[in-house]
Design a protein around this ligand. Sequence first.
Ligand SMILES: [Mg+2]
Ligand SMILES: [Zn+2]
Length: 411
Amino acid sequence: MAGGKGTRVSEISVDIPKPLIKVEGIPVLERQILLAKKYGIREIIICIGYLGQKIKDYFGDGSDWDIMISYHQEDVPLGSAGALGNLRNQLNEDFLLFYGDIIMEFNIQRMIDYHKRENSDSTLLVHPNDHPFDSDLIETNHENHITSFLLKPHNDALIYKNLVNAGVYILSPKMLSLIPENQKSDLVSDILIRSIEEGFHLFAYNTPEYIKDMGTPIRFTQVCEDISQKKLTFMSLDSPQKAIFMDRDGVINEEVDLLHDINKIELIDGVVEAIKLINKSNFMAIVITNQPVIARNLCSLEELDDIHKKLETLLGNQGAFINAIYFCPHHPDGGFPEERKEYKIKCECRKPAPGMFFSASNEWNIKLDESYMIGDHQRDINAGKNAGLKESFLIETNSKNALLDQVKSII
Ligand SMILES: [Mg+2]
Ligand SMILES: [Zn+2]
């Protein structure tokens, strides 16, 4: 989709269509085309509108890039979905949809595999970001099935999971039947939301890879800097990743005896800055926590989810995010009258066992021997050792700036 009229970046470019804006010497759209080509995509349709002739002049039929490019000219802008509706005769198998003003580097094959495995009608690339409060958010169930969209503006009291629609999709042609002909429509608010009501299966594909819109001059400058520092390549799941793993209670939020009341979550001073530092680095921020509150039946899995949403909200409202939270709900010792027997097992995940580190490593291609653990209990340190991490650091429970100081020493 390259038809949008650039408004916010107009300070950078007046008569260049947004997708042709050069970032470190290469237009955004060309970067997208090169990425698609890298993963074997041979056929591209560019929807053009405003200043579209310049895009045509630049890419021609694609032969200079050894791919096939055709164009769909929109004379009247039909919104983010309308143009797709007019392509319904050409789109007869699942297709990728990119918006032409987004800078990205991600393993497309991995997303395609996920889409196929889930037999999905629409797969949306999602990620946590540093401004969730002014982004459209997505709600999912535990199987990453999208249950609803929370569109901005958000109510101040909203408790959310930091999952933002990044604007990259794989869509089944079935979806096109929902798009009204020759009528303006928005992909999310008019089509995707309705498709859930009509029983289509939408999935969220969560990834820490680099996908950012460059819609404001500040973001544009940031993107240029990130490209020149090769951050995009480092963060692609094509290459092994590094993580800073953190314990939760006593490290991120104040340790209170077996936290199970959502109102008792409080961030420790310095945690927001610490996690922001990780977010800006090439490390992923991952929480690894034992939560025997489930086995003890002090709270349900849903309540624990809400506690984690609250944690993400407290961080997100201040511009910090966690890439993933792994928790062990088990506990080995039985004998409490209220306990849930199915969780009273000796598992592979409860720290000091390394299971949660191994899960994270498998899921995100993380090299454990280049990653770190920060915890406030010997069990955390032993878990880090058992997982083969580069190093594990013990900090004092509930200590102000302890996480921040430790993160600074690593990065
Ligand atoms: Mg702890
Ligand atoms: Zn466990």
